[in-house]
Each structure stands twice: as structure tokens, then as C-alpha cells.
Design a protein around this ligand. Structure first.
Ligand code: PLP
Length: 394
């Protein structure tokens, strides 16, 4: 009896969220199957290819037999290269043996970092809108996400005063992300310092996602790790996906408190053992080889940013702040009179333009769309023309 029944699913899966960009991408692919040309602004990934010197290093690594397990925290030479790179960039000493873990992407750092520090019932303060994985993992572990709405009039920067207002006895962690996905905002040094002060006063962990630290326009990134005394309570989330256009290599790293890192290593042993050996060797070349690719890529993003922001601001009912980091534009679309998800679906079906609705990043993302401008100027121009034409028909 009941041949089609199964034993049921884990209750915790009802609490796990997802990343809607992948769903929009799948819908766009369905349209492409019918022979239509879709212009993609939904995925948060560089359209540049990984630099040649990094690919060559991976090929050499395969020839040299880097096809086996590596130590769980990562190949020591890579951890040393990461420690040197981050020490130089952020002005803080890092112990490559105890304070660094290499993982298959930055995402596992978010997952294991939260799993290692946050108990059921704890509260975790985070920006909203934000990268949806923070809220998803906090819910998954049975803790409570406490959203801080990012206000457009504050250029979508996380306000330390707003953080203070949300503190309770149960607050265990603050999550921040600068430069920010999806808003393209960047925190000022004084704001990072004030958030650090709050974390010290109230004995909190800080998860600081700085994966876009190199993709910043006209100012310098200031890291939570640069604040004296913060390394001990910070879990830095970083990686190779965005800086070196290496999303498919699955390689990221976390830096922070040695006991947290040790527990993250324990979790990594349970999940994946280690990151791919040849990806790790290639990453040493990424960090120690020439860096001109990164500055060229960022200059090109800046040109695209200016093109897309100007175009978005010329569309009726749209208004767009100029992002200061990452590669996302987050226009306000309230004056179109449509909800962000409905407008996303309309643009996809009518204009064949794929973007992500603001509410995919949290309830306070309503009234906005996210356009990733990691695509060519030609695509940006054509995409914006299509959006404009569709909006004029509304
Ligand atoms: C803010 C943020 N953190 C982490 C990640 C995940 O990076 P990875 O692909 O290295 O896992 C992303 C990717 O979109 C991101 O936008």
C-alpha cells in the first residue's frame, strides 16, 4: 500500500531559503529554448574569463598530480598566500595555520561560520535587502534573523544607530556586507568602526562579507579586520569568484578567530573534505601573479555602471542611485505602480530582459529591481532600450 509515498522530509527544510537569481536564470533559459534572445542581468557573476596565467597554473597543477585530497583547511602555501595578501591589504597580521580556511566558494564560509557560532533561539542582525543566503542559513539553524532595513535616503548603507536599536539579550552575531549585494553600497570607515564598537561592547560575532572588496569605485575599501581587536570576533567571508572571475572554480576563504576556524574545518571535513586541489594551486597564482587584470576589469565595470545608471534614470517611473561598489544597480521602480516581482516577470516575458526583483533579497527590497551590469555595454544598451519600450506600454 501507498507505493508512491515516501518517508517524508526533514522539518528544517521548510526553513531553508534559496537564491532567486538561479530561478530567474532557469526561466530565462526556457525562453531561450524557444529561440528568443534574452538579455541577462540576473546572475551575479563576472562575464570576464579567468585570466590566462591562472588557467595555465591549473593546467600545470593537473600535470603535476594535484588531483588528490588536500589538507582540510587548504594547501598551506595557499593559506600563506592568502594571509600575506590580506595582511598587506587590510594591515593586520594573520596566522596562515590557525586563522585561515580555504573552502569551495565563499558560500560555505557563510554556512559553516553561522553553523559554528549561532545557536537555536539566538538573534542575528543583518541588512535587508541582502544576499539571501544569510537569512536562509540563520533560519536553517533555528536562529532568528533580525533585519535592518537599508534606506535609500542613506544610500543603502547599514546604519550603526539602526543596529543599536535592534540589539537584545539574544543578539549573537552581526552580519555585514560591503561592497553590498544587491544595493551596490559601500560602508565608510567610520561606520565599520562604529559597528565594531557595538560588537565589542555587546560581545558579538561579526560575519563580514567582503567578497567585493576589490570592486569599488572612487574610494578605498575598509575591512572589519582592519579595526584593532576585531580579528578575534570576526569571520571574514572572501574568495576568488568575483575578484578573479573564478565563479566556476569554487574557491573562497574565511579568516578569523582560530577556534571558530577550527570548528569550520571540522564542518568542512563533514561536508566536502577540502576544496579542489588544482583550483587551490591556481589560486596561489591568482594572488601572487600580476594584478593588472583586476584593475582593468574594475575600470570596465565603472564604464558599464555609468551607462546603466544613466539609462535606468531615463526610464519613466525608475530612479537609480549611483552604486559605489560591486556590479549591481538597484533602481527604485515604485512609480511604475507595480510590485517588484510582477515587474520582473513582465520584463522577462515581454522584453526578454532578465533581472531580479528586490524582494528576492528580503522584504525591504520591495520597490526595487536588481540589474547585474557584469555584461557588455552593447547588452546594457539593448537591454535598457527593451525595458524602456515595455514600460512605455504599461
Ligand atoms: C555577497 C556575496 N557573498 C557571497 C557570495 C558567494 O560567492 P561564491 O560564489 O564564491 O560562493 C556571493 C555571490 O554572489 C555574494 O554576492
Amino acid at each position: 500500500m501507498g507505493g508512491s509515498r515516501n518517508p517524508g522530509h526533514a522539518e528544517r527544510m521548510n526553513r531553508a531559503g534559496t537564491e532567486t537569481a538561479f530561478e530567474v536564470f532557469a526561466m530565462a533559459k526556457e525562453i531561450e529554448k524557444k529561440g528568443e534572445r534574452v538579455i541577462h542581468f540576473e546572475m551575479g557573476e563576472p562575464d570576464f574569463d579567468t585570466p590566462e596565467n591562472i588557467k595555465e597554473a591549473a593546467k600545470r597543477a593537473l600535470e603535476e598530480g594535484y588531483t588528490h585530497y588536500t589538507p582540510a583547511p587548504g594547501i598551506l602555501e595557499l593559506r600563506q598566500a592568502i594571509a600575506e595578501y590580506v595582511s598587506e591589504d587590510f594591515g593586520v597580521d594573520i596566522d596562515p595555520e590557525k586563522e585561515v580556511i580555504v573552502m569551495p566558494g565563499a558560500k560555505p564560509g557563510i554556512f559553516t561560520g553561522i553553523l559554528a557560532t549561532v545557536n537555536p533561539g539566538d538573534e542575528v542582525i543583518m541588512p535587508n535587502p541582502a544576499f539571501p543566503i544569510y537569512e536562509s542559513v540563520v533560519n536553517l539553524v533555528g536562529a532568528k534573523p533580525v533585519p535592518i532595513p537599508l534606506r535609500e535616503e542613506n544610500d543603502f548603507r547599514l546604519s550603526p544607530e539602526d543596529v543599536r536599536r535592534k540589539l537584545t539579550e539574544k543578539t549573537k552575531m552581526l552580519i555585514l556586507n560591503t561592497p553590498h549585494n544587491p544595493c551596490g553600497s559601500t560602508l565608510r570607515k567610520s561606520e565599520v568602526e562604529e559597528i565594531a564598537e557595538i560588537a565589542k561592547e555587546h560581545n558579538l560575532w561579526v560575519m563580514s562579507d567582503e567578497i567585493y572588496s576589490k570592486i569599488i569605485y572612487g574610494s578605498k575599501h575598509y575591512s572589519m579586520l582592519s579595526v584593532p581587536g576585531m580579528k578575534e570576533r570576526t569571520i571574514l567571508i572572501h574568495g576568488f569568484s568575483k575578484t578573479y572571475a573564478m565563479t566556476g572554480w569554487r574557491l573562497g576563504y574565511s579568516i578569523g578567530n582560530p577556534e571558530v576556524i577550527a570548528n569550520m574545518v571540522k564542518l568542512q571535513i563533514n561536508i566536502s573534505s577540502c576544496a579542489a586541489a588544482f583550483s587551490q594551486i591556481a589560486a596561489i597564482e591568482a594572488l601572487r601573479g600580476p594584478q593588472d587584470f583586476v584593475s582593468r576589469m574594475v575600470r570596465e565595470y565603472e564604464r558599464r555602471r555609468d551607462t546603466i545608471v544613466q539609462a535606468l534614470n531615463s526610464i519613466k517611473g525608475f530612479s537609480c542611485k549611483t552604486p559605489t561598489g560591486a556590479f549591481y544597480a538597484f533602481p527604485n521602480i515604485e512609480k511604475t505602480g507595480m510590485k517588484s516581482r510582477d515587474l520582473m516577470l513582465k520584463l522577462l516575458s515581454k522584453a526578454h530582459v532578465a533581472c531580479v526583483h528586490g524582494t528576492a533579497f528580503g522584504e525591504y527590497g520591495e520597490g526595487h529591481l536588481r540589474f547585474s551590469y557584469a555584461t557588455s555595454i552593447e547588452n546594457i544598451k539593448e537591454g535598457m532600450e527593451r525595458v524602456k519600450a515595455t514600460i512605455e506600454e504599461l
